[in-house]
Design a protein around this ligand. Structure first.
Ligand SMILES: *[C@@H]1O[C@H](CO)[C@@H](O)[C@H](O)[C@H]1NC(C)=O
Length: 164
């Protein structure tokens, strides 16, 4: 852990000194990835066959996102929204309008904020997508329900690769 941290800090320090000082902070885009199996280093993106479906998939398809109270893809311009459900896991979708403004960052971790209707949540449920090997559907997980008949992993978290 320590050598990686040292390298990361060194890289950040380098970028900080190299970048010109700006009066206005320019919004930055980040990839969003999983960190443990089965979505270890899989990245958030649209399902290739349906841009409205957010999935965790290969790095080659990783999209960059503007992350604030909404999460918007630079590639598709679509927003990551949380759908309604009576189950503890809530479906995610990509839509033309950012009707979910619950998102936030805690360090490098994607959360829903304390003040949102979801409260502070950082767990996601990842379920292998049938018919699309290597892709995982992702749900916001507010409890411990899982869909029956699917292979899912609870308590996944989503992260920015680097805060530089
Ligand atoms: C929010 O956006 C999604 C698409 O991401 C859409 O399916 C849903 O109907 C929208 N909800 C509202 C309340 O507009």
């Amino acid at each position: 852990m320590l050598p990686l941290l040292t390298v990361t800090l060194a890289l950040c320090a380098h970028l900080t000194t190299a970048a010109p000082v700006e009066a206005v902070q320019v919004a930055k885009s980040y990839q969003i990835r999983g960190v443990v199996a089965p979505i270890f280093h899989l990245y958030l993106q649209s399902l290739p066959s349906n841009s409205a479906v957010p999935v965790m998939g290969p790095e080659s398809g990783a999209e960059m996102f503007q992350i604030g109270s909404t999460i918007q893809s630079d590639k598709s311009k679509l927003f990551l929204n949380i759908g309604a459900a009576s189950t503890s896991y809530k479906p995610l979708s990509f839509g033309a309008s950012g009707n979910t403004t619950a998102w936030g960052l805690e360090g490098d971790t994607i959360i829903t904020t304390q003040g949102s209707s979801y409260g502070r949540q950082l767990n996601f449920l990842a379920c292998a997508r049938s018919g699309a090997s290597g892709y995982y559907d992702v749900y916001l997980q507010t409890g411990s329900d899982t869909p029956s008949g699917q292979t899912c992993s609870n308590y996944q978290t989503l992260h920015l690769p680097c805060l530089c």
